[in-house]
Design a binder for this molecule. Structure first.
Ligand code: SF4
Ligand code: SF4
Length: 474
């Protein structure tokens, strides 16, 4: 019999079904246990995180006044660790050819109605120029799994193309990659190609559900998929991003699995996940969301984000344009630190608007605003949109990055970097209204840089950015 062991590299030992079941029972039994919940909230206040069991109890808590405390604490932890900075990114879909049979995704191999497309290097160039012209600096590459259409060589060549494109003042400075679980050797190649974060969603941690939802293709191997991050780290990738697709399985189970995965990476590899994504299932071609009876409400979704923020205070939380502006506003308050803007989920949708009959999108969006509209909205709501990519370019990754975050030192770097990259955006891409609001935010926020020395250097760089220089960073 397999025992629970967060340090083990065996999927079923670190995502241990028995431990999850026990945690679910523990939370169910104690969801009205005021003393216990209060003690966990007090522990969380220290800002050092919580175990999966403690976090699940907060998620399950039914006591109204304590729930208010939980949301308040999440907002405080977010403010302390991230200030009001929100990192911006965009997905770039390279190819929707896929050999897998994931029943919740329109790219599944049996879907005959979707238009299949794979970008050529020239098409990638056009997409990247369009993304640069919007103001993006950070991309998340997406591709289906296909050994002949999308082999690792194609992904590597595409990364190389993306980094090489310099158009006006534009540049993509960080390419995160979301491709299928692969070998240590391939992860090493991705590392050598200069990727930022390797992202892979587990979809669901519940093995029987996982196997039902992935009936065919290499992704049907639960063990290989669940152990992917261990191989990625073995291949030298320091920053990994995990996530589940909420709606596929019971959310309490997957929430617990997600935190156990984070605990495993910390215990076995010495560094937890760089980011956690919280996508919810969305309507898509040849996918019937009514088949997924585990969909979660906006209220539960917001609580999941708040408790994640408390449980893993140093991990970035990402929300995409799958969510509506209203929901994005709610989760930004209680924990989300990275959002996409102006996204297209079709293959080749940035350079040219896709015709409705040419559907190649992975899912429907619920936030259709342009990047400038999103930036304007963030600024108007007191946030600082940041296009910063400094850490990975300065070699601040993995445990080195986590040390800076845990000691709070990162804030001294993030704040000036956010303001300088925002300034670049305002100079090169913003509408007149966004520029006006943004300049005021920069003028106000530069005063909040704590170190006199850093503040003076930042002011100098901001003036030089206005004069046409680019790409300063701390
Ligand atoms: Fe392919 Fe990924 Fe879609 Fe599954 S989720 S069908 S692996 S693109
Ligand atoms: Fe992220 Fe580092 Fe930039 Fe802060 S300084 S926003 S942690 S890349």
């Amino acid at each position: 019999m397999i025992e629970y062991n967060p340090k083990s590299i065996e999927a079923e030992a670190f995502i241990h079904d028995g431990e999850i079941q026990e945690s679910l029972k523990f939370a169910e039994k104690n969801r009205n246990n005021r003393t216990l919940i209060e003690s966990i909230i007090d522990k969380a206040r220290e800002g050092k995180g919580l175990s999966h069991r403690e976090a699940l109890l907060l998620l399950d808590c039914e006591l109204e006044d304590l729930n208010e405390k939980i949301f308040k604490l999440a907002a405080e932890i977010k403010e302390k660790n991230y200030g009001r900075r929100i990192v911006m990114f965009a997905p770039l879909y390279l190819s929707n050819y896929c050999v897998n049979g994931c029943v919740y995704c329109p790219y599944h191999c049996k879907n005959k109605t979707i238009r299949r497309h794979k970008l050529t290097q020239e098409e990638i160039r056009r997409e990247v120029i369009a993304l640069q012209d919007m103001g993006h600096k950070r991309l998340a590459l997406e591709a289906g799994e296909h050994p002949t259409m999308n082999p690792i060589e194609y992904i590597l060549e595409s990364i190389n193309t993306i980094y090489s494109i310099k158009h006006k003042n534009g540049a993509i400075r960080r390419v995160n990659v979301n491709i299928a679980a692969t070998t240590v050797e391939n992860y090493r190649k991705l590392k050598d190609a200069g990727i930022g974060t390797y992202i892979l969603f587990q979809e669901t941690y519940h093995k029987p559900t996982y196997e039902t939802l992935h009936p065919t293709g290499p992704k049907s191997d639960y063990k290989y998929h669940t152990e992917a991050m261990d191989r990625a780290m073995e291949g030298g990738i320091d920053d990994v991003g995990i996530g589940v697709l909420f709606g596929l399985n019971l959310y309490r189970y997957d929430f617990t699995g997600l935190l156990m995965h984070a605990e495993h990476l910390e215990a076995a590899k010495g560094v937890g996940p760089h980011t956690i994504s919280v996508p919810r299932i969305r309507p898509a071609d040849d996918v019937n969301t009514e088949d997924f009876s585990n969909s979660i409400s906006d209220e539960i979704f917001t609580k999941i984000v708040a408790v994640l923020r408390i449980a893993v205070p140093y991990t970035g939380i990402i929300v995409s344009t799958r969510e509506s502006p209203e929901v994005r506003a709610k989760v930004l308050k209680v924990g989300v630190s990275q959002i996409s803007g102006g996204s297209k989920t079709s293959v080749g949708g940035y350079a040219e608007e896709e015709k409705p009959e040419d559907n190649s999108a992975q899912f429907e969006l619920d936030d259709h605003r342009t990047l400038d509209e999103v930036v304007n909205w963030l600024l108007s709501n007191g946030y600082i949109p940041s296009f910063c990519t400094a850490c990975y370019r300065e070699g601040r990754t993995g445990d080195r990055f986590m040390r800076l975050v845990k000691t709070g030192q990162i804030a001294n770097i993030c704040q000036p970097n956010a303001l300088m990259t925002l300034k670049e955006y305002l100079e090169d891409y913003a509408s007149a209204d966004t520029q006006k609001i943004g300049e005021q935010v920069i003028a106000d926020e530069v005063k909040n840089i704590k170190s006199d020395k850093v503040r003076e250097i930042a002011k100098k760089y901001l003036a030089e950015l206005h004069d046409g220089k680019r790409d300063f960073r701390f």
